[in-house]
Design a protein around this ligand. Sequence first.
Ligand code: F6R
Length: 624
Amino acid sequence: MCGIVACVTSKKSDFAADACFKGLEYLEYRGYDSAGISLIVDGKFETKKAVGKLESLKKEIKSKPFSKSNIAAGHTRWATHGSPSIENAHPHISTNGRVALVHNGIIENAAQIKSEKLQNIKLTGNTDTQIVAEYLSMLLEETGNLQNAMTKLVKQIDGSWAFVAMDVKDNSKIVCSRHNSPLVIGKGESENFIASDVIAFVEYTKNAVEIKQDQIAVIEWDNIKLFNFAGEQIDYANQEYKIDWNIDAAKKGGYSSFMEKEIREEPAAVRNTIYGRGSQDGRFGLDRLDFDENYLKLIDKITVVACGTAAHSGYVARFAIEHWCKIPVEVEFAHEFRYRDPIVNSKTLVIAISQSGETMDTLQAVRYAKQQGAKTLAIVNTLGSALDRECDAVLYTYAGREIAVASTKAFIAQITACYILGLYLAEVRGNLFLDEIESKIRELKTLPDKLAKVLQSYDDIKAFAKKEKNTESVLFLGRHIGYPIALEGALKLKEIAYIHSEGFAAGELKHGPIAIIEKGQLVFVIVPPKNDRAEVHSKVLANIEEIISRGGRIVVIAEEGDNSLSEKLEKGGIEKIFFRPKTSILFSAVLDIVPLQIFACSVALFKGLDIDMPRNLAKSVTVE
Ligand code: F6R
């Protein structure tokens, strides 16, 4: 979390400050508690900061514009240590005015550094970054060179960081370092950039250099040098790449929010995920596999580790993979996984699912699994992310850039990738005949068109959401694969519309939750296909009866042609039915979540909330 952007140019102008501010606007998805920018002007730092979204910083800059400069660094913050305040906003300037530092991550031994190294210094604040800025300036006074000071610093700190630092006495360079938090360089014509994400500078250049784990970069307007933490220079040719998308992908394209745009992009996300790596002879492959494929025949357990929405896609995966591959699948929140002594060994395949590929909890779970001898496989949307690099195998979701904090198209692409993985494993392990696999692939390939059909109900769902914008509590029920979809529907509504919502396994209702059903309670129920697992279908209908008889108001997601509920729609009890095209139960998850996403997005819209940047959240959670 937290977004960093910095720029150094060939001559003094407004460009560096303007590019930093623009970059921060694109990075705001990473955090929006406070923001700030520092420039070097005539041997001094000129800094502006504001609490809250970037709009506040914009006003600050407008009321007193920045001076011209050739160098600038900016930051948008998601508070970890210390509340959102001007004092805690970055950049942090050392008390002697020598160093400006922006930071993404957490320095775990900051308190120790303060008590051991900075006893005689009175700090204005107490956050980890303030302490590090101060210590870096002390090392700079000792070494006389910011690169050397950074090299000394990284050997003494623990935790995670992406640092960007400037020395007020040398406006020709920016010095950065990276450990467990992303940083990438943008190579321009007469300027260079550094940012947490290429989105911050893609408007100016498509030439990027990834800073890898435990590297230090020294960036001048016409020169880039990379070093390892031992201080040795590195040839970075294999870290250079071209960005293959343009800035339009980072714009709303006429929609009311990125979330709406991304929901509407779901058919493409699924299509690209299916066809992204090509499938030869009806067979899917992985994007990368660094171990012998035969190893997959030996594994006796799969453990999926992920967080939030990504974990919900893991629950869907369990149904498909267990059914097709006859192998036990556990799904676990990544942050819980390594604290319970899980049984993980060389016969375990650990699958990490993540949109960003930078979620620290998920990364740590993968690292733990590797230590136990397990093989790891990433299902990830961000190419080149830490998870992509660290796992032994990878299957990309080609959902495209997801900007809204609430994940939608990435979730659907994750489920799709899980199906692909399940079919691939079934083929490698010989669990299904090729013609069975081919028939499932054929069905999988119908999903993009079916999704497009579900999206035709967008306005209908939106109109329903308008009526419900003042609802205070919503429940979501599902059975079988509908259960994780119920969890995901509830998560979407609470995170962007701030409505209390809970997802339940429908069968669990009578074991407690039914006590909260009273007259008028809104309940979404996901009804499984009638002709695939008929027993699950009839059980869900019985649950609907239980709710109606206690005065609940029901909204149903059901398969086209399922008329078992029409009578209740006419006579009361069921308020609304949203139909989805027919598909088998295992694939129905991809379609069933869409009305719930549209509902959440539309309720938030009618409540006048900031859909893309919900309070207290950030897009990538790079701290534990
Ligand atoms: C909710 C949401 C989060 C993420 C979770 C994991 O809409 O987006 O719950 O799914 O923080 O993030 P990634 O997928 O980047 O690892």
